[in-house]
Design a protein around this ligand. Structure first.
Ligand SMILES: Nc1nc2c(ncn2[C@@H]2O[C@H](COP(=O)(O)OP(=O)(O)OP(=O)(O)O)[C@@H](O)[C@H]2O)c(=O)[nH]1
Ligand SMILES: [Mg+2]
Length: 297
């Protein structure tokens, strides 16, 4: 059976795999290498990684370079993420720009941890967008988890505080906090996030904090700027790459990790509650390069 991740990488793969195939088994011409370079850059793998891939191909020209390329890519990727290793209690802060997929991913994550028999709670700390709490209420129903919200306050730290207090008194393992979308250039909003993290550190020191940046895969290189900026206000433990199913630009995993040391931990592969996968480098490479396509079909 084809995995959801493999399917979600369909568009990225079809542009890359065809180009790889076209230079297979022959001495690579400069024209074909140029075409490959263009495709790899368009898929967001980043200049350094693309240069290195081209070097690997040149070194193995006319031979089976695919396995060498795969070997190289595996060596520069984040490890497989294992959500079963989550510490109890953990608070996951969902941060990112507007519309990246934070709210839906928060609910998808709640579902992942619930299925691992964790006691999970969602916290609606987006006090800016009118319909945000309503949206999370619907999605917490789909995830089958509890939700803490307070529509009478506009102070996200206050909702966070209430949520963590409730989590503490109910032996909650994983608290997932939805926050408002914010542009990384809005200093006051970024400082507000910093404050929320400080509230946890000061008042709830037992909680392990996991700051997760939600990134829309179709935004391309702009995601690196976002990661850098968010990372200057808070330690980013990892990223969730969403909407991989709707883009041919699935390669941002590489520069995020190589340049900024932000590992992708989860991948969003659709709009349903179950459309979230822990990051697995082997599966990801299968999906990206289509190397094992025949054996999987
Ligand atoms: N196809 C696809 N759509 C996604 C995925 N993740 C999120 N979306 C869609 O992206 C849109 C925005 O999702 P939200 O979760 O509301 O995004 P947000 O970051 O909370 O947005 P704000 O709160 O306004 O900042 C919705 O239409 C989602 O269905 C994904 O993995 N695949
Ligand atoms: Mg939201």
């Amino acid at each position: 059976m084809l995995s959801k991740l493999f399917k979600a990488l369909n568009q990225t793969r079809s542009s890359l795999a065809n180009t790889f195939r076209s230079i297979k088994g022959e001495p690579a011409s400069s024209e074909s290498l140029e075409m490959l370079e263009e495709q790899l850059l368009m898929a967001d793998l980043g200049v350094d990684t693309v240069d290195e891939i081209l070097d690997v191909i040149k070194r193995h020209s006319g031979q089976d370079f695919e396995s060498k390329v795969r070997e190289y890519l595996l060596s520069i990727m984040p490890e497989r993420y294992n959500p079963t290793r989550v510490h109890s209690p953990t608070v996951i802060m969902m941060v990112g720009v507007n519309g990246a997929g934070k709210t839906i991913t928060a609910a998808k994550l709640a579902r992942v941890y619930k299925q691992l028999d964790q006691n999970v709670m969602l916290v609606a700390a987006d006090t800016y967008r009118a319909a945000a709490t309503e949206q999370l209420k619907i999605w917490s129903g789909r995830a089958g988890t509890r939700l803490v919200c307070n529509e009478r306050t506009l102070e996200p730290s206050a909702v966070l505080f209430d949520g963590l207090n409730a989590a503490k008194s109910s032996q909650t393992d994983v608290v997932i906090v939805d926050t408002a979308g914010r542009l990384h250039t809005y200093k006051n909003l970024m400082l507000e996030l910093e404050k929320m993290v400080r509230v946890i550190q000061t008042h709830f020191p037992d909680f392990i904090i996991m700051n997760l940046l939600t990134i829309d895969a179709s935004l391309g290189q702009n995601s690196l700027v976002q990661a850098k900026e968010f990372g200057s206000y808070m330690h980013l433990n990892g990223a969730v790459l969403t909407k991989l199913d709707g883009t041919a630009r699935g390669g941002i995993v590489f520069p995020l990790y190589k340049q900024l040391q932000v590992p992708v931990l989860f991948i969003g592969v659709g709009e349903d509650i179950d459309d979230l996968e822990p990051f697995d480098p082997d599966e990801y490479l299968d999906g990206l390069l289509g190397v094992d396509e025949k054996s999987r079909a």
